[in-house]
Design a protein around this ligand. Structure first.
Ligand code: UD1
Ligand code: UDP
Length: 373
């Protein structure tokens, strides 16, 4: 008997998290795996290049959802995934992370009684102004399998009454992709193409609405980053949301920064792995820098990835330009320290996730046979 599993991707971090699970599912017997791309992100640098670099199968279905308000984008995912689920009737749907595609796909599946596996479950910032927090909590509440990347996520779920055999710690699949492709990335010439020397530049990614949609906050952050160029070049692959706002707030600062287009995955991890310091508000970048042992300054008031501060290289700065300047100065003057590997961030999380997903499907099939008998 063949078990059919539909994996949902759509926004940049989804591809990185889901690819190892797709690969592992494809290696299992009697599993028919399909990929649907919602199209939440559509520029090559945010979507198509990831499928290529990660060696993922071309999506079997494209919904072409594109950009829009939260309601419009989520609703388009909901409708598109519902149509597909009615047509395909898969045994399970795999969703990842906390983007609008995640919650839209999960809602469609829940209403059709299709089993949902949520990858990167249980993270909590406790900041309800973040769209991602809403997406995470709703997705976790309606999922049948909660795949966690650390024990802290299990505790967060338990505090909300979600526990038992449906919660499984599998580790971090984003780190599977990183470890698999880092040698390929390093063998390329990304640093040379960008005129950079290893350990001699600051890498920046900022795209969270709370920061970039507020002109005063964004301008102040760019001024601090421009100040760092007295010491080292500051390279800023700029997310389109940030680019749309930055021009109006800080022309002088922008001239001092090396602002470039969002980087394709292999180039980005090459630059990330050789940076002196990374400044970010990205979730995934907090994790990758911890796995790589690269110092990371997170320019946010909270993080759902506390484990990266406890066991990794992440330092939560808060949204205070003076504190960012102080922390960056301190970090640039401090020698690099050795880091410990994080538990189960070992390059094999995708396989553990795939096994857990298959077990979920088998459990559901057994239960439905029992109820018919
Ligand atoms: C989304 C996620 C966020 C994630 C980020 C990863 C939600 C609510 N947010 O934020 O959690 O960290 O992706 O990068 O799901 N745009 C382009 N080209 C594209 C895609 C978007 O130019 O290919 C522009 C559009 O103007 C769009 C804006 O970027 O309106 C924002 O895109 P959207 O997908 O709505 O949210 P992100 O900020 O990317
Ligand atoms: N990333 C990339 N190019 C960039 C910035 C980020 O390839 O210019 C990768 C990064 O290595 C990580 C993922 O994108 O794997 C993180 O996605 P993002 O920061 O957009 O989303 P978040 O993790 O904040 O949801």
């Amino acid at each position: 008997m063949t078990h059919s599993i539909l994996c949902v991707v759509g926004a940049r971090p989804n591809f990185v998290k889901v690819a190892p699970v797709v690969h592992a599912l494809e290696r299992l017997h009697n599993v028919d795996v399909r990929v649907v791309n919602t199209g939440q992100h559509y520029d090559r640098a945010l979507a198509g290049s990831f499928i290529e670099h990660l060696g993922m199968r071309a999506p079997d279905h494209d919904l072409g959802v594109g950009s829009g308000t939260h309601a419009r984008q989520t609703a388009a995912v909901l409708v598109g995934i519902e149509d597909l689920l009615v047509e395909l009737r898969p045994d399970a749907v795999v969703v990842a992370g906390d983007v609008n595609s995640t919650v839209g796909a999960a809602l469609a599946a829940a209403k059709l009684d299709v089993a949902i596996a949520h990858l990167e479950s249980g993270l909590r910032s406790r900041d309800w102004s973040m769209p991602e927090e809403i997406n995470r909590v709703i997705t976790d509440r309606i999922s049948d399998l909660l795949l966690c990347h650390c024990e802290e996520a299990v505790e967060n779920l338990a505090a909300e009454g979600i526990a038992g055999e449906k919660v499984v710690v599998v580790g971090n699949t984003m780190i599977d992709s990183l470890f698999r492709l880092l040698p390929v990335a390093r063998a390329g010439d990304a640093l040379a193409r960008h005129g950079l020397r290893p350990g001699a530049y600051v890498l920046v990614t900022l795209h969270r609405p709370a920061l970039v949609d507020d002109p005063a906050r964004l301008g102040a952050a760019l001024d601090v980053l421009a100040g760092l160029t007295d010491r080292l070049p500051v390279v800023f692959p700029m997310h389109p949301r940030t680019r749309a706002k930055a021009g109006a707030v800080a022309t002088e600062a922008l001239e001092r920064l090396t602002v470039i287009e969002p980087l394709e995955y292999l180039d980005f991890i090459a630059l990330e792995s050789a940076a002196r310091v990374v400044v970010t508000d990205s979730g995934g970048v907090q994790e990758e820098t911890s796995a790589l042992g690269i110092p990371c300054l997170t320019y946010r008031d909270n993080t759902e990835r506390a484990i990266t501060c406890e066991l990794g290289t992440n330092h939560l700065v808060g949204v205070d330009p003076a504190e960012l300047a102080r922390a960056a100065k301190q970090e640039l003057e401090r020698p690099l320290t050795a880091t410990r590997p994080l538990p189960l961030w070992d390059g094999h999380a995708g396989e553990r996730a795939a096994n857990a997903i298959l077990e979920l499907v088998l459990r559901r099939e057994q239960a439905s046979r029992r109820s018919v008998a």
